[in-house]
Design a protein around this ligand. Structure first.
Ligand code: NAD
Length: 324
C-alpha cells in the first residue's frame, strides 16, 4: 500500500505516521507513507523525528491547495488519509481566511486529484464539532450538520464535499468524525497542553466562562487506530463516529490538570466565554464498534497522566511553540 497522508507533521497526523511506520496500525503493516504538509505554525517536522530516517517515509513540504503539486504526488499512491487542516477554533474566530482556503479548497483539490488518479480509498478526517451543540443525548452519523464556529463550518463543508464526490463520482471516500483528542505532540495552543505547559511554568490558566462546556476525550492513539480501521475496512460513502469514553466539563478537566501538575484553583483565571461557544458535544459511536470492532483502549486517567508526564519530559519541544 502506498499511502498519502496530508497534515502528517501535525498532532494527530504525526501519531498516525509514527504508528504506521512502526507497523502498529491494523491492516497497514509494511505500508509506504508520503507526508504532504505545509509546515504551518501547527506543523512541526520534529513531530516525525522518531521516524524521520525511516526507509518507508517520504516527506513532501507543500500546500494541499497547490493543484499541480497534489496531482504530481497523487499518482504514486493508492490510499489517502486527509488530516491537513487549520484546526484551532479561536484562530478561526479571529480570522477565517486560511480555514476556508485549506479546509474547503484544499479538500476539493485533494478529492479532484484522487478521482483523476483512481485512488482506492480516501479517508477524510473530521470532527464532532460539525454538528454544533447538543443539550442532551448524542448525535448519530445521519444527524444534520449545524456548525457554529468558522472552523466547524469549514470542516462541515469539506465533509459534504467529500460525501458528494462519493455520490456523484463514486470516489471511495469515508468520513470520520472524532471527539476531542489528547496526547503527546499537541500544539500548546490547545486546552490540555496549554494548561499543562502554563502550570508547569508556574503560570495561570484561562478558563472560558462558567467552565460547564462538556467535551468527550479520546486518546490520539485510539483515534489513529480507528482511522486505520476505517481506511482498510470502512464502507465507502459512510460517516463513522469515533468516540472516547470520557465526557468531562472543562472545569472538571481543569481540576484534574491542576492536581496532575501540583497546582490549585488559585492558578485559574476565569475569562470571558469564547464567542458562539458550543455547550456540549456527544457522539453515538455504535456503528464503528459494531462494523469494525473498534473500542477505545486508553483509559483516560492513565492516558492523561502519561500525557502530562510527556510534557514534563519534553520542554525542549513545547517551549519554542508557546505563543503568549
Ligand atoms: P494540527 O493543527 O495539529 O495539524 C494540522 C497539520 O496540517 C499541520 O501539520 C499543518 O502544518 C498542516 N497543514 C495546515 N494547512 C495545510 C495546507 N494548506 N497544506 C498542507 N498541510 C497543511 O491538527 P490536528 O489536531 O492534528 O488535527 C488533524 C485533523 O483532525 C484535522 O482535520 C482536524 O479537523 C481533525 N480533528 C482534530 C481533533 C482534535 O481534537 N485535535 C478532533 C477531531 C478531528
Amino acid at each position: 500500500m502506498n499511502l498519502l497522508i496530508t497534515g502528517g507533521a501535525g498532532f494527530i497526523g504525526s501519531w498516525f505516521v509514527r504508528a504506521a511506520l512502526r507497523d502498529e496500525l491494523p491492516g497497514l503493516s509494511g505500508v509506504h507513507v508520503t507526508v504532504l504538509d505545509k509546515l504551518t505554525y501547527a506543523g512541526n517536522f520534529a513531530n516525525l523525528g522518531p521516524v524521520a530516517e525511516h526507509p518507508r517515509l517520504d516527506f513532501v513540504p507543500g500546500d494541499i491547495t497547490d493543484t499541480a503539486l497534489v496531482n504530481a504526488i497523487m499518482g504514486r499512491h493508492d490510499h489517502v488519509v486527509h488530516f491537513a487542516a487549520e484546526s484551532h477554533v479561536d484562530r478561526s474566530i479571529a480570522s477565517s481566511d486560511e480555514f476556508a482556503r485549506t479546509n474547503l479548497l484544499g479538500t476539493q483539490v485533494l478529492l479532484d486529484a484522487a478521482l483523476r488518479h483512481d485512488i482506492t480509498r480516501f479517508v477524510h478526517v473530521s470532527t464532532d464539532e460539525v454538528y454544533g451543540s447538543i443539550p442532551t443525548g448524542s448525535w448519530r452519523e445521519n444527524s444534520p450538520v449545524a456548525p457554529n464556529s468558522p472552523y466547524a463550518a469549514t470542516k462541515a463543508g469539506a465533509d459534504l464535499l467529500a460525501l458528494a464526490y462519493h455520490r456523484t463520482h463514486g470516489l471511495p471516500v469515508t468520513v470520520t468524525r472524532c471527539a476531542n483528542n489528547y496526547g503527546p505532540y499537541q500544539h500548546p495552543e490547545k486546552l490540555i497542553p496549554r494548561f499543562v505547559t502554563n502550570l508547569l511554568s508556574g503560570r495561570t490558566v484561562p478558563l472560558y466562562g462558567d467552565g460547564q462546556q462538556v467535551r468527550d476525550w479520546v486518546h490520539v492513539s485510539d483515534h489513529c487506530r480507528a482511522t486505520a480501521l476505517v481506511l482498510t475496512a470502512g464502507r465507502p460513502g459512510e460517516v463513522y463516529h469515533i468516540g472516547g469514553d470520557k465526557a468531562l466539563t472543562n472545569k472538571g478537566l481543569t481540576g484534574l490538570l491542576l492536581r496532575a501538575c501540583g497546582a490549585d484553583w488559585e492558578s485559574v483565571v476565569t475569562v470571558e466565554d469564547r464567542k458562539g461557544h458550543d455547550r456540549r458535544y456527544a457522539l453515538e459511536d455504535g456503528k464503528i464498534r459494531r462494523e469494525l470492532g473498534y473500542r477505545p483502549e486508553v483509559e483516560f486517567a492513565q492516558g492523561l497522566a502519561e500525557t502530562v508526564q510527556w510534557y514534563r519530559d519534553h520542554e525542549e519541544w513545547w517551549r519554542p511553540l508557546v505563543i503568549d
